[in-house]
Design a protein around this ligand. Structure first.
Ligand SMILES: *Cc1c(COP(=O)(O)O)cnc(C)c1O
Length: 348
């Protein structure tokens, strides 16, 4: 089936005249800026509105990821990028999206906020892979997005590229692949596939491996055509100057992050092995991320015990297919040691 971005985009978005600032219209760099009602005293550090398109930051990200700035939308966290996907392509009440639980909770929440229907096609129970046949059978004319997460949260595994590819080929809407944890994975990002699939949107974030959760910077990576739809509807100054500047600083030293990632994946391996020794942990799921999902004999009891010891983990036990499961983030060396000590002292 052929992908047609124009057919997919909501009518009101196609017709929209986006907000345009005087500074957008004025192409020059320097001048006396009396257009935006700021406090003109340039001794104040943050008196000017930020670059609405975050060009410097995008150039940096593009060079690191072999992209062009036109392939990138920077959102106030990935959550803004997810919200833009819904607002650009899904007509409230009428349209729907496909989600494959157990997965990241925000897809469903943002769908609900935008009043978009959700079709649930669970992952396969044993290995948390895509049930491609059922997904294809569930697609309606009103299905606009299929949201996938790879590596998946909270299960930690990756879904098979062959399956994603089948969906990219057979679905005429957009396939979103959330790669929030890709830096921890043993396989590569799908960025190199963008040129082959005009209906692919990749989500990444600076909140996890890049250590910038406090700055709120999420990325949508897609064709320039899709990105320009997002640029049309995003709020003009969605990323603060402070976030742009600080992120640039961190991205200038990728070696440091690569070292961090190696440390965290080594610690993940060590923790996963250590978890196997506890009788009350009945399964340690393989992880491609910086967290580990474990099945326990009594998740609520263990969760409460750890909380009492001031160790806070994520209780996922009330999610279908994650019964009695807990999700544990890989911490620092000291934190992991304290966790293991607490687990050693636990009486199940
Ligand atoms: C943590 C996480 C994100 C990141 O969200 P931000 O809003 O960018 O901090 C995105 N997707 C998944 C699956 C996550 O677990």
């Amino acid at each position: 089936m052929k992908f047609n971005l124009d057919n997919l985009t909501r009518e009101n978005i196609k017709k929209l005249t986006p907000y345009s600032s005087a500074r957008n219209e004025y192409k020059g760099k320097s001048g006396i800026f009396l257009d935006a009602n700021e406090n003109s005293n340039n001794d104040l550090l943050y008196n000017r509105y930020p670059d609405p398109l975050q060009i410097k930051l995008k150039q940096k990200i593009a060079s690191l990821k072999k992209l062009t700035p036109e392939n990138i939308l920077i959102g106030n966290g990935s959550d803004e990028a997810i919200d833009l996907l819904f607002r650009a392509f899904c007509e409230p009440v009428k349209d729907n999206v496909i989600i494959c639980p157990p997965t990241y909770g925000m897809y469903e929440v943002i769908a609900n906020i935008n009043n978009i229907n959700v079709i649930y096609v669970p992952l396969t129970p044993d290995d948390f892979q895509l049930d491609v046949k059922t997904i294809l059978g569930s697609i309606l004319n009103s299905t606009k997005l299929i949201l996938l997460c790879c590596p998946n949260n909270p299960t930690g595994n990756g879904v098979k590229w062959n399956d994603i590819q089948t969906l990219l080929i057979k679905f005429k809407g957009i396939v979103v692949v959330d790669e929030a944890y890709i830096d921890f994975a043993s396989y590569k990002s799908l960025i190199s596939e963008l040129k082959n699939y005009p209906n692919l949107v990749i989500l990444q974030t600076l909140s996890k491996a890049w250590g910038l959760a406090a700055l709120r910077l999420g990325l949508a990576i897609a064709s320039p055509e899709i990105i320009s739809v997002f640029n049309k509807i995003k709020s003009p100054y969605n990323i603060s100057s402070l976030s742009q500047t600080l992120a640039l600083k961190v991205l200038n030293d990728p070696k440091k992050i690569i070292k961090e990632i190696k440390k965290l994946t080594a610690a993940r391996k060590k923790l996963s092995l250590a978890f196997l020794d506890f009788s009350f942990i009945t399964k340690v799921y393989p992880s491609e991320a910086n967290f580990v999902l474990v099945k326990t004999t009594n998740a609520n009891k263990l969760y409460n015990y750890l909380a009492k010891n001031k160790i806070i983990i994520r209780n996922r036990s009330n999610i279908a297919m994650c019964e009695d499961c807990l999700r544990i983030t890989v911490g620092t060396k000291e934190e992991n040691k304290l966790l293991l000590t607490a687990l050693n002292n636990y009486k199940s």
